[in-house]
Design a protein around this ligand. Structure first.
Ligand code: HEC
Length: 139
C-alpha cells in the first residue's frame, strides 16, 4: 500500500518538477537572449565580459548617453538594480510587483523606470517564466 502511494506521488511530482525546470530554462532564455537583461544588470569582469557567477545581481552601466545635455537625459540612471531574490528590489516589490512590472511596464507606484531601462510588456506566461528564472538565482 505504502509503495503504491509513493509511486503515485512520484508519478505526480516528477512531471511537475520537469515542468518547473522547463519554465526556468525558458525564463533564462527570455532574460538572456531576448531581453538581454544581463547587459545592464550583471556586473562585469575587469576584461569587460559579463560575470555570469553574479547573474543579475545589479551593476553600474559601462556606457552613458551621447548627448548628456538633452533634457530627457536628466533621467539617465547609471545603476541597474539587482533582480535576484537576494536584492533589495525583491524585498520592496515582492514577487507580485516584479511580475506585474514585466507585464505592464509600471512599477508598484504606477510609474515607469528611468532610462535606459527599456519598457517591456510581456505576456503573463513569459513574465512568470522570467520570475521563475530570477527565483532560481537565489543564493
Ligand atoms: C539597457 C540597459 C538595461 C537592460 C537591457 C535592462 N535593464 Fe532593467 N534597469 C536598467 C536601469 C538603468 C534600471 C534603473 C532604472 C530606475 O531605477 O528607474 C533598471 C531597472 C529595472 C527594474 C526596476 C524598475 C524600477 O522602476 O525601479 C527592473 C524590475 C528591471 N530593470 C528588470 C529588467 C529585466 C527583467 C530586464 C530584461 C528583460 C532588464 N531589466 C533589462 C537597465 C536595463
Amino acid at each position: 500500500m505504502r509503495s503504491i502511494q509513493l509511486a503515485a506521488m512520484l508519478a505526480l511530482a516528477l512531471p511537475l518538477l520537469a515542468q518547473d525546470k522547463k519554465q526556468v530554462e525558458y525564463g533564462r532564455y527570455l532574460a538572456e537572449e531576448v531581453g538581454k537583461c544581463q547587459e545592464c544588470h550583471t556586473p562585469r569582469l575587469e576584461s569587460g565580459e559579463i560575470d555570469s557567477s553574479k547573474a543579475l545581481e545589479g551593476a553600474t552601466l559601462n556606457f552613458g548617453p551621447l548627448k548628456p545635455a538633452d533634457k530627457a537625459m536628466e533621467k539617465w540612471h547609471k545603476n541597474a538594480p539587482g533582480l535576484t531574490p537576494d536584492g533589495k528590489l525583491w524585498d520592496k516589490w515582492k514577487e507580485e510587483g516584479i511580475r506585474n512590472y514585466l507585464i505592464t511596464g509600471l512599477n508598484p507606484k504606477g510609474g515607469k523606470a528611468d532610462i535606459p531601462m527599456p519598457t517591456y510588456k510581456l505576456k503573463p506566461a513569459d513574465a512568470d517564466a522570467i520570475v521563475a528564472y530570477l527565483k532560481s538565482l537565489k543564493k
